[in-house]
Write a protein that binds this ligand. Structure first.
Ligand code: OAD
Length: 245
């Protein structure tokens, strides 16, 4: 990452009329939230995603799944948005047309001041019945329990409203994301390994539709390789350079 590439990125932001920002776990890494695929530190290096994030896993051991998500939810209450979340929120205030799409289930973008965040993989702090789909609120006691609470309408098990492997993405949000991607002239992709579909398809679709792709990631990914501008660095260090206070 040299000064020229940074200057090129700033100019791309300044001249863009419609911007889409797509974030992944890397944008929250410097807040202390584990990513999924980083070797050793990533969650999927130590946990089996099929046991924790699938219908089969929930059917086999709902308590394990519940406790795992509740631990992550509690951890979220202990961390803060980092300079990358804050810079993204600033950009949304400075430019008229900035759509923020995230794969993250945390609320750090909202807590940094971003609005209308499209959560394509759901939200860890919302809950619904796994059987009838009714939305539920969770008490502190239920959060600490060994097993998920039970739906008072159908006796199904309550689960966090996150997208598990093999499940559909929220269709309304996905549609809005596709629309924004097709219409944008700059897409800023931050902290995603770019291997989980359909979201990983979005930057490629954006590029095909004519958008400039700007990637921010400390390591090379399929997206940094196809990007028009690739900034190899940490989101919390790079984003404040692109959107100064
Ligand atoms: P991954 O864990 O797959 O990738 C995180 C990316 O962030 C990697 O490319 C890292 O190099 C990068 N990264 C690490 N630290 C960073 C930093 N400080 N600044 C910028 N980038 C950094 O996470 P996602 O791509 O978000 O889905 O994963 C996509 C989906 O896979 C998740 O939403 C989740 C997971 O399984 C579901 O649970 C459905």
């Amino acid at each position: 990452m040299n000064e020229n590439t940074i200057r090129q990125a700033i100019e791309a932001i300044e001249t863009a009329d419609r911007i889409v920002i797509l974030t992944g776990a890397g944008v929250s890494a410097e807040s202390g939230i584990q990513t999924f695929r980083d070797a050793q530190s990533g969650m999927w290096a130590n946990f089996d995603p099929m046991k924790l994030a699938s219908q089969d896993g929930f059917a086999q051991d709902a308590g394990l799944v519940w406790r795992w998500y509740m631990e992550r939810l509690k951890k979220l209450g202990e961390v803060q948005p980092n300079p990358a979340h804050l810079a993204i929120a600033r950009l949304q205030k400075q430019k008229r047309d900035v759509t923020l799409i995230t794969q993250n289930v945390d609320d750090l973008h909202e807590r940094a001041g971003s609005q209308a965040v499209l959560h394509l993989h759901g939200t860890i702090a919302r809950f619904h019945c796994n059987e009838c789909g009714t939305a539920h609120l969770i008490s502190a006691v239920e959060m600490d329990a060994d097993q998920p609470p039970v739906c008072d309408l159908c006796l199904g098990k309550i689960r966090p409203s996150v997208v598990w492997f093999g499940e559909m993405l929220p269709q309304h949000e996905l549609q809005q994301a596709w629309q924004a991607v097709r219409a944008c002239d700059l897409m800023i992709v931050i902290g995603t390994s770019g291997v989980v579909y359909p979201v990983a398809e979005l930057p490629f679709a954006g590029q095909r539709a004519g958008a400039t792709i700007l990637d921010v990631n400390p390591v090379a990914t399929p997206i940094s390789e196809m990007a028009n501008i690739s900034l190899q660095g940490k989101a919390g260090e790079v984003l404040p350079l692109l959107v100064p206070q």
